[in-house]
Design a protein around this ligand. Structure first.
Ligand SMILES: NC(=O)c1ccc[n+]([C@@H]2O[C@H](COP(=O)([O-])OP(=O)(O)OC[C@H]3O[C@@H](n4cnc5c(N)ncnc54)[C@H](OP(=O)(O)O)[C@@H]3O)[C@@H](O)[C@H]2O)c1
Length: 255
């Protein structure tokens, strides 16, 4: 059985990946901070899909959590989903700088270190994949969040190109860039989403489905949903300052 490690596997997009990969027959390693919730998720998925489920309780904003995750990855995993992430409540100067740095640790340092830990084994075995969950905000300025997600896209493309010659395309790295998805993300960040029009919301399972389909096709940057493919395409033609002002306002009302 192939094994997938998913960070942020207890809620939202990570939980949707866990359900889908279990249904596809992957054994699962589920990582998040809340141990009780992880254990419940692992039990449910094992009972429902008869796959093996292991939990890793780790906070990816800490050195200890990062080391724990790296060690588990070095023992061998076939698919890594770097998904854990969060939004801060407020725009740049309203957020404590320590919270912005925590975001860089989880969105950038964790993605870099976990990818670095898992790829050598994949290249040795000649198969495997890493999916780094970014966001469409990577394509238009949106504070530290958008900047961190732009880093994820650039990093993923860079690594994918670096390893392309070594794996003959059998080890893949892809950035997955969803638009708005109904998860716990906005509530946790205290964001009021009432002004976001219905057509801009994507379903978790469809995001996962589109992402895994693009991964099989060898796509490096996956943007689920026709509406977001169009928006990302348009950002190439709209002046960057205007796109930045629009993006900075959309869905950024705080309770
Ligand atoms: N929802 C959207 O509209 C949207 C759009 C584009 C991109 N994204 C991206 O999608 C990813 C998943 O977000 P989501 O919407 O599914 O959010 P979510 O429902 O809030 O789930 C976040 C998951 O990450 C875990 N997590 C958070 N901080 C962590 C940390 N420091 N260490 C380990 N695990 C941590 C949480 O579990 P614990 O609290 O137990 O640790 C939870 O399992 C994020 O990278 C987000 O930026 C979301």
């Amino acid at each position: 059985m192939p094994t997938a490690l998913i960070t942020g596997a207890t809620a939202g997009i990570g939980a949707a990946f866990a359900r889908r990969l279990a249904a596809d027959g992957f054994d699962l390693v589920l990582l998040a901070r809340d141990g009780d919730r992880l254990a419940g998720t692992a039990r449910d998925l094992h009972d429902r899909y008869k796959v093996s489920t292991e939990i890793v309780v780790a906070d990816l904003s800490t050195e200890e959590g990062l080391r724990t995750a790296e060690e588990r990855l070095r023992t061998g995993v076939d698919l890594l989903i770097n998904n854990a992430g969060f939004g801060n409540k407020g725009t740049f100067l309203n957020v404590p700088v320590s919270d912005e740095l925590t975001m860089l640790k989880v969105h950038c340092e964790a993605v870099l270190r976990l990818t670095h830990a898992v790829l050598p084994g994949m290249l040795e075995r000649g198969r495997g994949a890493v999916v780094n969950v970014s966001s469409v905000s990577a394509f238009a300025t949106r504070g530290t969040y958008g900047a961190s997600k732009a880093w994820v896209v650039s990093f993923s493309q860079g690594v994918a190109s670096d390893i392309a010659g070594r794996s003959g395309g059998r080890v893949r790295v892809m950035a997955l860039c969803p638009g708005f998805v109904h998860t716990e993300f906005h509530e946790r960040a205290g964001m009021d989403t009432s002004g976001i029009p219905g057509f801009m919301w994507l379903e978790q399972d469809k995001v996962v489905d589109a992402g895994l389909r693009d991964l099989r096709r060898g796509v490096q940057v996956s943007v689920p949903g026709a509406q977001y493919k169009a928006i990302v395409g348009l950002t190439r033609f709209v002046p960057r300052g205007l796109a930045g002002r629009m993006s900075s306002r959309t869905g950024r009302k705080y309770d």
